[in-house]
Design a binder for this molecule. Sequence first.
Ligand code: 5AD
Length: 344
Amino acid sequence: MEKIAAADNLNNNGEIQETINYYKTATTEDLCKRAASLCETIHGKDIILRGLIEFTNYCDQDCLYCGIRKSNSNAVRYRIDEDEIIKTVATGYNAGLRTFVLQGGEDSFYTSDKICRILEQIKKITEYNASVTLSIGVKSREDYKRFKEAGADRYLIRFETSDPKLYQKIKVNSSFERRITAIRDIRELGYEAGSGYMTGLPGETEEIRINNALLCKELDLDMVGVGPFIPSNNTPLAASPQMPLEHTIRATALLRLLLPKAHIPATTAAGTVDPLGREKMVKAGANVLMPNITPVELKKHYLIYSGKICLDENGSAIINDLALRMASIDRKITFSRGTALRFL
Ligand code: 5AD
């Protein structure tokens, strides 16, 4: 367990090892209780909202698990133009949202100049009252620097799995080292840094799952997104089994215990495999929700996995639904920017 040793150096009081030992032996119910209670101590009962805009589903990558991979000729491709992106943000801003996540495939159509222009306009129309997160994959350090200067506050780039061999299998022609370097670059450049992974990938072991969480700890992430791998039609992994959501629930609790201050979303993927998946994640220590505010006529085409929920509802209907869901488990949605605690 090389990773455990590495993580111990960061926190040389053995606390990490103790947490792992607890995770290994605790029932899911106990694990979640402990994590939820720690979450409440630090973040209260507030659940932070981030408006997600999936602005392009063109992608140069060919990840085996992903429905918008380059080789999926069945995917209906779309791009949202700059004006429409700004309009979508404005609608969300008027509905109260104060964080926007621009997510897309790795699409070279959106040059760095275009991305910078979009960032500048978003900052302007939201009167510098909203945080902007980019989630557009691996770029050069120079590009990350430019995006930051143009107004990006945060960057999300999941490492997907901490196991280099598994990574190489599922992300063909992509370098694990390069991706980890990108995450470190982002953090060094002053972004609020987010990463994460899927649980239940074919070939994943419990040891890999533990190392996934330890890698998040080692990277000292501000935000960690985790969700179940869902076999996606028209991909090489379409026939892979759907592993139990419990892996994601346990991962959420472990992440909360290792990274008490992190912002952890209850993901749409969890809500897809189980109607109460997001509620279960919140009860395991998640404190963020990401309503999908992509224009309704397009969101059905951002099919990274099959069966995705919330495809027929607009942003405000989704926010209303989330408010009710959170109230039912004694939580309250908040429209605050939800800045990483490290920056406050
Ligand atoms: N199942 C679950 N999550 C997926 N993602 C991509 N494809 C799938 C899938 N088939 C996740 C990846 C990516 C994020 C945007 O969506 O973790 O980083």
